[in-house]
Design a protein around this ligand. Structure first.
Ligand code: ZN
Length: 242
């Protein structure tokens, strides 16, 4: 069985459609969404509708909870805050209720899923360094944990001697003597200098992970952002993947 793992869609309908087209070609059986369906982009309702059709396995991101006032957005940067406020004005009530209902973490197929960190899912910290990863490995018991939030795909490992490794290989086959924290990157707003949409496929049968980068209609996503009256920076950054 193949699970398509999508994170940080951020209301980018063009990127989401391109990723799902590719996932279909790869015969993905089911989906998991790691949160931040909304925020930054111009198509929150369309993206929520599609994700709700795809799966019930969805965890909340800080932007999802920001829109429905379940997390404080005073620490968000200016453009993020503006996008949250704009999203509140256009989101359908049923989609707002749906975002409110999302859990912060979930276990499925003996894997842990959370948007930010296993240690404190509602504090929205990042796992960026080997030190961050070292701390987080003690807060879940499964062989692997999938995260999002940083918009940068990466794989952290820990071995039996508590040694941490970091890599960004496209293909990973799980080694039984290691545990993993895997960031799926971002569908709708990549920040690793590569503007292509990021997602991964977890093959439950052979315990492998494949990362993909997908070209999509960036121009259209940018035009949608500008037409919505959102900050132009949110359009520009999609072109450079930062
Ligand atoms: Zn995000």
């Amino acid at each position: 069985m193949k699970i398509g793992i999508l994170s940080d869609i951020h209301s980018n309908l063009e990127a989401l459609k391109a990723v799902l087209y590719q996932a279909k070609k790869e015969h993905v059986d089911e989906y998991f969404c790691l949160g931040d369906i909304v925020g930054y982009g111009a198509n929150p309702n369309e993206c929520i509708d599609i994700v709700r059709e795809l799966t019930t396995r969805i965890v909340a991101g800080n932007h999802d909870f920001g829109v429905c006032n379940l997390t404080d957005i005073s620490y968000f940067n200016d453009v993020a805050k503006k996008a949250i406020e704009w999203t509140r004005t256009v989101i359908k009530k049923e989609n707002m209720d749906f975002l409110k209902s999302l859990p912060l973490a979930m276990e499925y197929q003996n894997v842990f899923f959370v948007h930010s960190t296993p240690s404190s899912p509602d504090e929205w910290d990042y796992i960026l360094s080997m030190n961050d990863a070292m701390r987080e490995f003690s807060f879940f018991e499964n062989p692997a944990c999938f995260v999002g939030h940083s918009h940068q795909p990466v794989i952290f490992t820990i071995n039996a001697y508590n040694e941490i490794g970091v890599s960004i290989d496209e293909l990973l086959v799980f080694n039984n003597s290691k545990r993993y924290i895997i960031n799926a990157g971002s569908v709708g707003q990549p920040r690793d200098g590569n503007p292509r949409a990021s997602f991964l496929v977890y093959n439950v049968d052979d315990k492998s992970i494949t990362f993909s980068r997908i070209k999509y209609d960036v121009k259209k996503a940018q035009t949608n952002i500008l037409n919505a009256g959102l900050p132009p920076f949110l359009a520009q950054r999609l072109g450079i993947g930062r």
